[in-house]
Structures are given as C-alpha cells and as structure tokens.
Design a protein around this ligand. Structure first.
Ligand code: 3HC
Length: 318
C-alpha cells in the first residue's frame, strides 16, 4: 500500500510553464527571478548582462588613467565620481546576473580567461585629457542610446538596474560635453586636442552598437524575448542622428566625408564601418586588450586576501 500523500496540486508540466512564460512576454510584463524561464533565455541573459557588467568594470581603466593627471581639483572630483559610478554599475549588473544563478567570481574568471567579452570601445587608449571629454560625450552618449530601451527589458532585475545606470550615464554624457565645450572655448591647441580625440573615438563609438543586423546572431531571439528592444543598426542610426547636431554646436568635424542628411528620411547617412577592425578588437588584438585584462587579473590576484578575509568574516556572522 502506498503512503498517504498531502493533497498538493500537481506541478505544472514544462509545456504549461512555457505557455505562461510566452504569455508574460507577449503581454509585455516582466519575468522575475523566481519565475520559470527557458534555459536559453536564462543563458542569453547571463551572457548579455555579464558582458555588460565586464564593460562597466573594464571601462573604469581608460579614464582612471587620468585621475592623477586631471587639470584641476574640480575636474578630478568629477572624474573620480564618474569612475566610481562605473564600478557601481558593474556591481548592479553582477547582482542582476546572480539572480539568474550566475556566480560573480566565476564571471570574473571568465572575463580574465577571455571566455566572456566586454565592450570593444574600452580597448582604445586615452592619449590626452580631451579623450575624457570625448568618452563622456560619445561613449556614454552611445551607452545611453543603447541602454535606455533596456530599462524596458523583459527581465525585471536587469530593467530596474538600467534605470539608475541610465540616470548616471546621462550625467556622464553632460560632463563630457561640458568639458569639451570648455576646451573649445580655450586655445587653438585645446581645440586641436578635442578634434584629434573626436577623430580617434568616432568610429569605435559606432562599433559599440555591435555588428550589422545581418551579422548579429543574437538579435532576433533577444528581441523576440523582449530583452533587446531595438536592433543594433537601428540604435546606431539613432546615435548618429542625435550626435551630428551636437558636433555642430561644439564646432568639431566628425571624421566621415560621407556623413550627410538624407532629405527623404530626415536621417543622416554615414560611411562604411571598418568591421575588420571590430573583429580584430573582439579577437583580443585591439591596442589595449592585453593591458586591460592584465590589470583586471592583477586586481583579482593581488586582492584575493581581502576577498578571503571578507568571506571568512561573513561566514562567522552567518
Ligand atoms: N564589443 C564587444 N563585443 C560585442 C560588441 C561590442 N561592441 N557588440 C557585439 N559584441 C559581441 C556580442 O556580445 C556577441 O558575442 P557573444 O555571443 O559571445 O556574447 C557577438 O558580438 C555578436 O553580437 P550580437 O549583436 O549578436 O550580440 P547582442 O545581441 O548581445 O548585441 C549588444 C550586442 C548591442 C552590445 C548587446 O549585448 C547589448 O545591448 N548589451 C548591453 C549593453 C552593453 O553591454 N554595453 C556595453 C557598453 S557598457 C558601457 O558603455 C559603459 C558605459 O560606462 C560607457
């Protein structure tokens, strides 16, 4: 005789769970950590969120290089706040990945072992202080364009993290533009520095949006799941349309002779992006890939004793 059982409802089968997930996505509601989700959705999110978190953390390096050489106390305080914000963004994002079952230390190891990516943009050097301004204006500007739609991403913790991140990115973009405006009102030498920085950062900023739609293996599924809301090319176009008038106000020339307003669409046409360079940077052959990873590795290894002590302390109080 079998043992008496409590009168529990039968667990829903996978097809019913999938149907519920599909209905949640179709209704444009959020998926939360305790909800059932297809394994591919979970993995895809961990992939994107980890890549995003790594970008924020690695992104501290190019500007961090200028903390000791900022031209005034005011500029130093602004830059310090900005670099600290990027660390905070990385932490929110690693936390969002943890809600999907990922382990933060494991993600860091994967970054250092180059098994996970971070944004191509942070593999370029910052040669002058004008680069700090141009990173704020173009790189953070591109990040805002890309990330504001992610505030409506279908995964709740990611979407909520993006709201705060975007508010802070907006401050970053403005401080960059204000810095450049100040330099443009300065000497000929300062104006030349700004133009030189714009020339070097323009094309890599366009690459931040990822490969063209035809060559983007993750886009279709990611958009069907409501993780990404717009395609890479759509967001890149938005960024160009938003930035060209800002360049005119600033008084710089964007380094693209083909850049022109299309009177039929009201949008800017632009020249061909060098996708070979993009692929080279992703393959680890950009100007600063080795340096960026070496520093991250040193930060992990040199500070291992702190992690160990903090873990032991937390264990005692658990
Ligand atoms: N740099 C590095 N890798 C990139 C990339 C870039 N600019 N663009 C695309 N890739 C990678 C993708 O991660 C993917 O590789 P994977 O399959 O191994 O993960 C591959 O190239 C193919 O690209 P897809 O278009 O198919 O990939 P996605 O659909 O994920 O789209 C994305 C790429 C638009 C970057 C998207 O992942 C995204 O919107 N991510 C969230 C935002 C983000 O991570 N931004 C990074 C910059 S953060 C930042 O700017 C910090 C701020 O402080 C300035």
């Amino acid at each position: 005789m079998s043992a008496p059982t409590l009168d529990r409802p039968a667990a829903p089968d996978e097809a019913a769970l999938q149907a519920q997930f599909d209905a949640t996505i179709a209704a444009d509601h959020r998926i939360e950590p305790r909800d059932w989700m297809p394994e591919a959705y979970r993995k895809g999110l961990v992939r994107q969120i980890a890549q995003h978190a790594h970008s924020e953390i690695i992104g501290m390096q190019p500007e961090g290089d200028w903390l000791l050489a900022a031209p005034s106390l005011r500029r130093k305080a602004i830059l310090l706040a900005k670099v600290q914000d990027e660390a905070g963004h990385g932490m929110y994002l690693y936390s969002a990945a943890e809600t999907l079952g990922a382990d933060r230390a494991d993600l860091t190891d994967k970054l250092i072992e180059r098994k996970q990516k971070y944004s191509s943009i942070f593999n370029y050097p910052t040669l002058t202080y004008a680069d700090v301004g141009v990173i704020g204006w173009l790189v953070d500007g591109a990040a805002i364009c890309n990330q504001v739609p992610l505030c409506r991403s279908s995964y709740g913790p990611y979407a909520r993290a993006m709201i705060r991140v975007c508010k802070e990115e907006s401050f970053h973009q403005r401080q960059g533009y204000e810095l450049l405006m100040t330099m443009m009102r300065g000497t000929d030498g300062q104006r030349a520095m700004v133009q030189d920085a714009v020339d070097r950062w323009w094309w890599p900023s366009l690459m931040m949006f990822g490969p063209p739609d035809d060559d983007s293996p993750n886009s279709a599924q990611s958009m069907a799941w409501g993780v990404k809301r717009h395609s890479n090319d759509e967001l890149r176009q938005r960024f160009v349309d938003m930035t060209v008038p800002q360049a005119a106000v600033l008084g710089v020339t964007l380094p693209d002779p083909e850049l022109a307003l299309d009177p039929d669409t009201g949008r800017y046409r632009f020249g061909a992006i060098d996708w070979t360079e993009f692929k080279q940077v992703l393959a680890g052959n950009g100007p600063c890939n080795d340096e960026r990873i070496a520093r991250r590795r040193a930060a992990r290894d040199d500070n291992a004793w702190v992690t160990e002590a903090a873990t032991a302390y937390a264990g005692k109080h658990a």
